[in-house]
Structures are given as structure tokens and as C-alpha cells.
Design a protein around this ligand. Structure first.
Ligand code: PAF
Length: 283
């Protein structure tokens, strides 16, 4: 596996791959890789000639400085994991390499068509501008045929699909299912910040969501929403930030089950100081 830290060296490699008609698959990450990421990478390796992975903790998508500082980083361990599953190129630039001074100091503007006004977008102003800024830049550098994203970040996936349409990228966006611990806790780099006890408590999030699916035909959407929030908040150490039941494409919050055929419940819960997200498909 090649480890590349400069845009110029990456461009040289990509030019050679494209000239020799290789199909490039791409997995953008912020590192601290866990099995969820590795599932994306394995799929990318199996569906393309060459798999490129980026590890870059993107400062422009953090609206909270403290969150950026404590975000787990371990590029050496990441490189070993990636080499073991067949990644061909690891691109791991510094923020100074990735962005010009001007890019770092100007707010990137993108028309999200309202997708950023709900859920994570409401709670983390500017977050999705930063995500689109870095992913569009990475897409232009890597020029992949396919790019792989986890469905855990449901809103991010919807926004990336919109970006690809609006910016005319000829890239297939492949959404991959959430990978969970045996306890049901969705794998996340942030889980590394949980204590052992918190990790057990956090498993309750998926347990409550999974159970709620059974009540779909018996309760109104609002009753079910409140029941989920109450059950999670009744658990010592957990506090729901929001639970939104939305249309899977527009991310519009719904009032009743007949409003859409594509319904997903998206949740953010604080477990101690750690902010965890998860989701469940109802329809
Ligand atoms: O999902 C993530 O890890 C990040 O938001 C991404 C897509 C790598 C952009 O920094």
C-alpha cells in the first residue's frame, strides 16, 4: 500500500491509474478506523480495480473546537488495518496541505435545498458545508468511479447524493449498512471515547429503536417518537438531543405513517460527554 501525504503525489498516481484504465473506488474517512470503515473498504476493494482511502480529520466540519481536539487520531494503526484488507493507496494529508489559507478562512457555501436545516444541520451550524467542501475536493483529486459511505450518517449520505447531482460528478455513491457491536451499539470512531460502563449503557439506543419498529401499526408517529425519547432518557447516563422521523430522501419530518413509503428515524443521544448518532428504518 502506498501512503501519500501530498496532493501532487496523489494526482500523479491517479493520472497513471486513469491512463491505464483502472476503475478507482474511494472511501473517505476521518480515521480511527473500526470494523464499520473496514466493511466499506472491503466492499470497495472487491468492486473496483484500485481502492483509495483518505484519512483526514477535516477541521472545517467541526463547529466545536473541543470536539476537533479530542477526535481520536491514529494514522499508523489505520495504515496497518487498511493494508491488511487490500487498500492500494492511503491519502493522509495535513490540513495545510489540504486547504489553502483562503479556503480555511472563507465559509464554503452550498445549496442543500433544505437538507441541512434539520437534525445534525440544525444542531451543528456549518457542519455540512465543511463535509461538502472536503468531499468535493477529495472527489476532484481521487476521481473515483464509486465512493462508499456508511448509512449511520444518514443525513450526510443524503447530502452527498445531492452534491453529486448538483456538481455533476459522475460518481456512483454506494450507501452501506450500519455495522454494530454484538450489543447493538453502532460502530463509530467516537465509541473510543466511551468508558466500558458507558459503552454498555449506549447499547440501549439501538435496543429502544429496534423495539419501536414493532409498534409501527399500533401507535401514531408522534406517540412512537415520544415513547422512544422517554425510554432512552429514562436510562441513567443517556440524554436524547433529537429524534426525528423523516422521509428518507427529503429528510422532511413526518406527521403520520402514510406520508411516505421511505421512513427513517434518526437520533442523536449524549452518553456522558460523547455524542452518538444512530438510525432505524421504519418503511
Ligand atoms: O463521515 C466522515 O467520516 C466524514 O464526514 C467524511 C465523509 C470523511 C468527510 O470528512
Amino acid at each position: 500500500m502506498e501512503i501519500i501525504t501530498s496532493k501532487a503525489a496523489l494526482t500523479e498516481h491517479i493520472n497513471a491509474l486513469i491512463e491505464s484504465k483502472k476503475v478507482i473506488g474511494f472511501v473517505p474517512t476521518m480515521g480511527a478506523l473500526h470494523d464499520g470503515h473496514l466493511q466499506l473498504v472491503k466492499r470497495c476493494v472487491s468492486e473496483n480495480d484500485v481502492c483509495v482511502v483518505s484519512v483526514f480529520v477535516n477541521p472545517t466540519q467541526f463547529n466545536d473546537k473541543h470536539d476537533l481536539e479530542v477526535y481520536p487520531r491514529n494514522v499508523e494503526a489505520d495504515a496497518q488495518k487498511l493494508a491488511a484488507v487490500g487498500c492500494a493507496i492511503l491519502f493522509s494529508p495535513t490540513p495545510e496541505e489540504m486547504y489553502t489559507e483562503e479556503e480555511r478562512n472563507t465559509t464554503f457555501e452550498f445549496d442543500f435545498g433544505g437538507l441541512d436545516k434539520v437534525m445534525e444541520g440544525k444542531q451543528r451550524p456549518g457542519h455540512f458545508n465543511g463535509v461538502v467542501q472536503v468531499v468535493s475536493k477529495l472527489f476532484k483529486l481521487v476521481r473515483p468511479t464509486r465512493a462508499y459511505f456508511g448509512e449511520k450518517d444518514f443525513q450526510q449520505l443524503a447530502i452527498i447524493r445531492r452534491m453529486v447531482d448538483l456538481m455533476n460528478f459522475e460518481i456512483e455513491i454506494v450507501g452501506c449498512p450500519i455495522v454494530r457491536e454484538e450489543s447493538g451499539l453502532a460502530l463509530s470512531s467516537r465509541n473510543a471515547l466511551l468508558s466500558e460502563a458507558e459503552r454498555k449503557t449506549a447499547a440501549k439506543i439501538h435496543a429502544v429503536l429496534a423495539e419501536s419498529v414493532q409498534f409501527l401499526s399500533q401507535t401514531s408517529l408522534e406517540e412512537l417518537r415520544s415513547a422512544v425519547v422517554n425510554a432512552i432518557d429514562a436510562t441513567d447516563g443517556l440524554k436524547t438531543e433529537y429524534y426525528a422521523i423523516v422521509d428518507g430522501k427529503s429528510l422532511r419530518e413526518l406527521d403520520n405513517w402514510n406520508q411516505s413509503d421511505d421512513i427513517v428515524g434518526c437520533i442523536t443521544v449524549h452518553c456522558g460527554n460523547v455524542r452518538l448518532i444512530d438510525n432505524i428504518r421504519y418503511k
